[in-house]
Design a protein around this ligand. Structure first.
Ligand code: ZN
Length: 206
């Protein structure tokens, strides 16, 4: 279990924290919560997001509940290193859209004594590990998986199902394009045979 450390107890001790899960799981809200607490502690915080993610705002990390915090859009993970001199905490949102070089970047930042907090999707809409996220989760000190609620049955959801037929992995969008689903409901959308047991208690219909 992740326990937020006392910011004054380990001066200049770097670390890597990951907050991950499906769409609508509250990843960005949790990232913002941790970053705001660092700011309350008067720590210098820098927040980055991929330049590709311009759904709402060019310069703010915006979660679905409009709890915004200023951020810098960057094209390339190496830019984060250049822009992080003399900061205490680096936040990275939508990390799945960055290049795989982000794994080395977060390690370098942590080795420089920086607390790095990374938020991103663990899986793409096909259920495959997404971009640099599996590598970052491997090198992280702490990984927090947050979950959405399945819109079809109310179970805990970890899949981001896309209704759109488009094949590209990067398709930005919101509730018009994606829905959070549990494993059973997700598998039904994939038209793959389920093991017999999983049908037993599921409600009829969807
Ligand atoms: Zn479900």
């Amino acid at each position: 279990m992740f326990i937020e450390r006392d910011v004054n107890s380990h001066k200049k001790q770097g670390s890597i924290e990951v907050v991950t899960g499906s769409m609508f799981s509250g990843k960005t809200e949790e990232l913002i919560r941790r970053l705001k607490r660092a700011k309350f502690a008067k720590q210098k915080v820098e927040i980055f997001k991929p330049a590709i993610d311009v759904r709402y705002s060019q310069t703010e990390v915006v979660s679905h509940d409009e709890n915004a915090i200023r951020s810098t859009p960057v094209d390339n993970s190496s830019n984060i290193l250049m822009l992080s001199a003399d900061v205490a905490v680096v936040g990275i949102d939508e990390a799945q859209f960055f290049d795989k070089g982000l794994v080395d970047v977060v390690v370098k930042l942590a080795n420089m004594g920086i607390r790095v907090i990374v938020a991103g999707l663990d899986m793409d809409f096909k259920g495959a590990p997404f971009g640099p996220m599996p590598g970052i989760m491997a090198v992280a000190d702490h990984v927090t998986k947050v979950h959405a609620i399945c819109v079809r049955c109310g179970s805990i959801a970890q899949f981001s199902h896309r209704f759109s037929e488009k094949e590209q992995v990067v398709l930005l969008g919101e509730k018009d394009v994606y829905e959070p689903l549990c494993r059973n409901c997700y598998l039904k959308t994939q038209k793959e045979p389920l093991p017999p047991d999983s049908y037993r208690d599921s409600p009829k219909g969807r």
